[in-house]
Structures are given as C-alpha cells and as structure tokens.
Write a protein that binds this ligand. Sequence first.
Ligand code: F6R
Length: 366
Amino acid sequence: EKGGYDHFMLKEIYEQPKAIRDTYRGRMLPNEGLIRMSGIDDNMSKFLNADRIIIVACGTSWHAGLVGEYLFEDMARIPVEVEYASEFRYRNPIITPKDVVIAISQSGETADTLAAIKLAKSKGAFVFGVCNVVGSSIARETHAGAYTHAGPEIGVASTKAFTTQITVLSLIALKLAQAKGTLSKSAVNAYLQTLQQIPNQVETLLKTNEQAKEIANVYKNAKNCLYLGRGFNFPVALEGALKLKEISYIHAEGYPAAEMKHGPIALIDENMPVFVIATSKGHYEKVVSNIQEIKSRSGKIVAVVTEGDETVKEIADHVIEIPDTEEAFTPLLTTIPLQLLSYHIAVMLGKNVDQPRNLAKSVTVE
Ligand code: F6R
C-alpha cells in the first residue's frame, strides 16, 4: 500500500504534483480568468463585506494559514488574522457577524479547531472550512467550504495536505481579488497560468531527492537547527522546523530572517546548521545579508535558491535550486526540499518516520 516507497511520508511527498493538480482541477480556467468554487460563489457577499478574515488552525495547517494571510492581503487587500485555534477559543476574542472565519484542517477532526468554529458561529460569524477529509466533523460544522484533494494522508507528518491547503488558499485569494478588482483581469490570468506550472515544477524538484540525502547525511547529527525565511517564505521556515523536530527529534526553530539579529544570532557557531530560503524575489538582498551574518559567525548554511542564483551559491555550504515562479507561489516549491531533508535525516537516525513518538494523526483531544 506504500506503492513501492519505504514510508508513507515519502510516498505522500511524491504525490504532491498530483495532489496539487487535483486540488485546482475543475476550479480554474486560466484562459478565461475564471475560478469556480461554489462555496465562495454562493457566499461572495459575505467575503466582500467582511471587515476581516480570521484564519484558525493548528500545527502545519496553521502554517498554511500564515501563507494565506500573505496571499489574501497581497492579492485581495482584505485584512487577515491567523490564530492558533487553541488560543483563539480561550481568550474571549472579539468576533462579530461581519467577520469571516476560515478554519483549516487536514483531518477535519482537530478538537481545538472544531471548538473555535463553534465559538465563531455562536457570535454570528460566517465560517468557511478548508478540509481534506470529506464529511469530517469540521466539514460538517462549517457553513461552506472548499476541500483540498490531497487524497488520504497516512504519515503523521503532514506534507501534501500543506501544499494543497496553500493551493486552495491561493485560489480563494485570486477569486476574491478578481471580485474586488484589486487585481486586473490580466494579472489574475497570469497568476492562474503560473499556478498551472507548479505541479510540473514540483516534479522537477523531486529530482533533488539524492541531493537532499547527501545534505541530510552531513547534518544528521546536529543537535539544533535554525530555519529562516522572509515574507511568503517565513511560514515555510516554521513548517521546515516543525517537520524536522517531529520526525527526527532534533530541536529546530523557524524565524523570520530579519529577527535573527534580535536574539537567535547568539546561537550561531560552527555546529549550527541554518536552512535559509533565499529565492530571487522577495527581499533577496536582505536575505543575502542575513546569510553573510551567519557565515561570518561560522554557521553552516543550506540555502534554497532560485535556479541561476550566483550570489548565495558563493557563500552557502549547500544550495538547492527551485524553478522560477511568482513570489506568492514560492512556498509550494520551497517546502519540497525541506520535507525531503527532514525525511532523510529521520530515516538515517532510524526514527519511526510515519509514526513519530507521542504524536497522533488526528488530535481529537484538547
Ligand atoms: C504536523 C501535523 C500537525 C497537524 C495538526 C493539525 O505535521 O501533522 O501539526 O497539522 O495537528 O491537524 P489538522 O490539519 O488535521 O487539523
């Protein structure tokens, strides 16, 4: 049932081109600039009249929500807040009927996310679900929604759920931008064309698997790792760190690259691998100077760069190249090598990749 792969996690990493394609298939017509999502179409006035969108989720789904914040604000100019469901539900939040809440959950069964939805509904908010499991509790409890079409995710560490959640959020952001007129017709069209290239680009990136294995072999005995990214790739840094810690039990932290000088830089020495996302768009020069700061303190640098990059290649110890795309879609690509790295490190350390200790696939307790 693992389809020839050693683990479900690796199988699911490799399923991402298909999962992403299945998630947008039938929903977009790039030549006509149309995005069909009945859950949004039927409730468009709620989205357009919303004072703000509140995204609630846990774990990896919360990281996808953070990417969603960047997408919605950048494309559709709607204010967004992203909340851990567990904090939101217990802090007496201000919610009104003019709020739209988007709940993101792979399993559709996460107890805290479900409770956050019930709270938001009781205050009159419109609640939209982004779930992977059809007919799950969260899918049933929300007023409307859009499914991710990742297929069953068995590995406890979420991989294809994350990239398909970002795919759905991208479609929603573009659809709202189209309806609000915050992006021109041609701009929406260009985004849709670019999104259609992502599955093939992920396919290409999966060919870096051997390279990921080599890099994993160099850093597998690290005790601590840092992950840095900016803008759209700050959430990817958080997700990269989560993926490593949950399956390899190596302590890892994700930070916005510019925050390094406010504390974490004190940790940098020759024993600290730093994984940096340094794609060509999105504050590239700033990230390059962050990389130089790490280098001058003898930190080891593994950089994810855009193909053709020369500057970072000169400084970093290892570089993994991603194909070029719109900055807004880079998380769909930069995530892939970080998944592979975590996977190989955990395998080399002999850990139970698909069922890490202390974790369950769906967290139905608070
Ligand atoms: C991480 C992971 C968890 C889940 C979290 C939310 O790899 O799997 O952090 O993302 O428990 O689960 P869902 O999305 O099912 O609500």
